[in-house]
Ligand binder design. Structure first.
Ligand SMILES: [Zn+2]
Length: 152
């Protein structure tokens, strides 16, 4: 995904289309791209810098951390922005910026019911054991608190 600076007119350039998945080097069991990256971007040059903003959508398959089944998901970057000083070549490759932002919007612990909108086939007992991300496991202190309550 390269932009030639000479192609950018003074009023800016609108880019829209599809591009080979920028994550292809990062394929793993947890993450598989299932199609090209879709982008809608506006680019321009001002005060010696290139700015780009727009949105990205990358269809992938994630693996649920509970049932270990793959499910389809779309990584959306709604506010993709690049602002980079023009110091070097006349061709700027946006791929590293795109890759970074797509990865930042990747759910860290994918759940097929939460991200995939389906019913997770993992047993309920297993889910309760694992707990939800964000809730902290009980510490020794909280056990002590309960003890105090019972005594008073
Ligand atoms: Zn699941």
């Amino acid at each position: 995904m390269k932009i030639h600076l000479r192609q950018i007119p003074p009023e800016g350039l609108h880019l829209e289309g599809e591009e080979e998945c920028p994550l292809s080097t990062l394929q793993s069991e947890e993450l598989q791209s299932t199609g090209p990256l879709h982008y809608e971007l506006d680019a321009g040059i001002s005060e010696g810098a290139l700015w780009v903003n727009g949105s990205l959508v990358q269809p992938v398959e994630l693996r649920c951390v509970r049932c270990l089944e793959s499910f389809p998901f779309e990584i959306e970057v709604k506010d993709f922005t690049v602002h980079t000083d023009l110091t070097g070549p006349e061709e700027i490759d946006l791929a590293p910026f795109v890759r970074e932002d797509v990865l930042l919007n990747l759910p860290p612990h994918p759940h097929c019911d939460r991200e995939g909108g389906r019913i997770c086939p993992a047993p309920v007992a297993h889910r309760a054991e694992e707990g939800e991300t964000g809730s902290k496991p009980p510490t020794d202190w909280s056990a002590l608190d309960e003890l105090n309550i019972r005594e008073s």
